[in-house]
Write a protein that binds this ligand. Structure first.
Ligand code: SAM
Length: 402
């Protein structure tokens, strides 16, 4: 169940340890949090804490393979320091050994339940130093096999980043109709449901991914959003939307204000279809546009130019439109408003520069403007304990129709 809790006093180390364990982070990372919590050692007090707050709270059958790996590493770590291991930990490990068959794991369709806690700092302007005062927990059934469901049954780094983005700037999405392409496990949709959107539609082209996504949405039904508004049940819808076969009429009927996507730019064969879908969703010809009088030039309040972009993902030979933002940088992104064109926010890890450049040239051909807003709209670090996720590898692009 999705939970939102007011948090009073708890050390950051304790939060990080529990959150990392419940999110099924790699055992080595969790063990290093346990060591931090114990001042360098996994003392008996730390072991009791692990037993009560972590192991007992994630006692679901599908997580036994993870628990088995975790306990094995933990016991080796404690024994190698010459410390005493609690009996409960040995007994649980023996139980896991008897219950988990390695054959099951080899079949490749093993699922586990990961609980991601978004930890909100007290004062958002000082995310790094501030005390945590609220958390939003999202439970997600994921596959251990990254390729299951056409890669959609596991969580990719860009969806963690895009979720932090949605929760950091809920005003961008509030009262907007939002549609995500290639939604995978549905994490972004659960976060959008927290942002008081008028409508949230999650889509994917793979049917087993879609079934898993629906299950995750049911797991995370919650009555109120992050702003305290009462939510209608089932505000999030799931839709089968394969990019290659989605018709223009079908796409036009969806009419989202904001389109989102995470880690969807990776397969060169799919890119023409993805760009076509984005173009149809972003181009609303029938709207009486206030923007720019339909001119192809930049709006007068912005200067834009093509420039060679160098990003933290490496030296990228990509050409993107740079935005100069005046006034309140966020106001510029409170889009779209009445009569404005839709925009897309696409988070992406650029694994192949050729594939990404291919996306950019297809987008340019379709009159789509791609702006890198990674530096101008930085989300809060709400998942500081997820060490398996490299935030700096994710870029955020805002796309609109010229
Ligand atoms: C790498 S996964 C990313 C999933 C999720 N957005 C995330 O970041 O965790 C790519 C997603 O795009 C979907 N996808 C890939 N090709 C597609 C296509 N041609 N039509 C629709 N969805 C597609 C996959 O099913 C998968 O869910």
């Amino acid at each position: 169940m999705e939970k939102e809790e007011e948090i009073e006093e708890c050390s950051t180390a304790c939060f990080h340890l529990v959150s990392a364990f419940l999110a099924c982070e790699p055992p080595d990372f969790v063990i290093s949090f346990a060591r931090d919590f114990g001042g360098g050692f996994i003392t008996e007090r730390v072991q009791s804490f692990l037993w009560n707050e972590c192991i007992n709270k994630s006692d679901v059958k599908c997580n036994l393979p993870y628990l088995k790996r975790f306990l094995k590493k933990l016991i080796v770590e404690i024994e190698s320091n010459g410390d005493v291991v609690l009996d409960e930990l040995y007994e649980k490990y023996i139980f896991c050994l008897a219950s988990v068959k390695d054959d099951d794991l080899a079949k490749g369709n093993t699922r586990m339940l990961r609980r991601f806690s978004f930890l909100f700092p007290k004062d958002c302007s000082q995310a790094s130093s501030c005390q945590i005062f609220r958390k939003l927990e999202v439970a997600l059934q994921c596959s251990l096999n990254m390729l299951e469901g056409d890669t959609g049954c596991s969580i990719w780094p860009s969806s963690l980043f895009l979720s932090e983005f949605v929760l950091s700037f809920p005003e961008v999405f509030s009262s907007k109709s939002c549609l995500e392409v290639g939604s995978g496990v549905g994490l972004v949709g659960v976060c959008l449901a927290q942002a008081n959107c008028s409508k949230v539609t999650l889509t994917d082209g793979n049917l087993s991914t879609l079934a898993n996504m629906k299950l995750n949405l049911e797991l995370n039904q919650q009555a109120t959003d992050v702003l305290g508004h009462t939510r209608q049940p089932n505000t999030v819808q799931c839709l089968h939307l394969p990019w290659a076969s989605a018709t223009e009429n079908e796409l036009r009927e969806l009419m989202p204000d904001i389109i989102l996507g995470a880690d969807v730019i990776y397969d060169p064969l799919c890119l023409p279809h993805l760009v076509r879908v984005l173009k149809i969703l972003l181009k609303r010809e029938h709207l009486n546009l206030h923007l720019n009088n339909g001119s192809k030039d930049c709006p007068p309040d912005r200067r834009c130019f093509k420039s060679k972009e160098t990003s933290s993902a490496g030296d990228l030979d990509v050409y993107v439109r740079k935005e100069k933002i005046y006034g309140n940088p966020h106001a510029d992104h409170l889009s779209p408003g009445l009569g404005q064109r839709p925009v897309a926010y696409i988070a992406s890890v650029i694994r192949s520069i050729d594939t990404f450049n291919c996306f950019l040239s297809l987008a340019e051909r379709e009159n789509l403007i791609v702006s890198d807003i990674t530096e101008t709209m930085k989300p809060l670090d709400l998942l500081p304990y997820v060490k398996s996720y490299q935030r700096s590898s994710v870029r955020m692009f805002k796309i609109s129709y010229l």
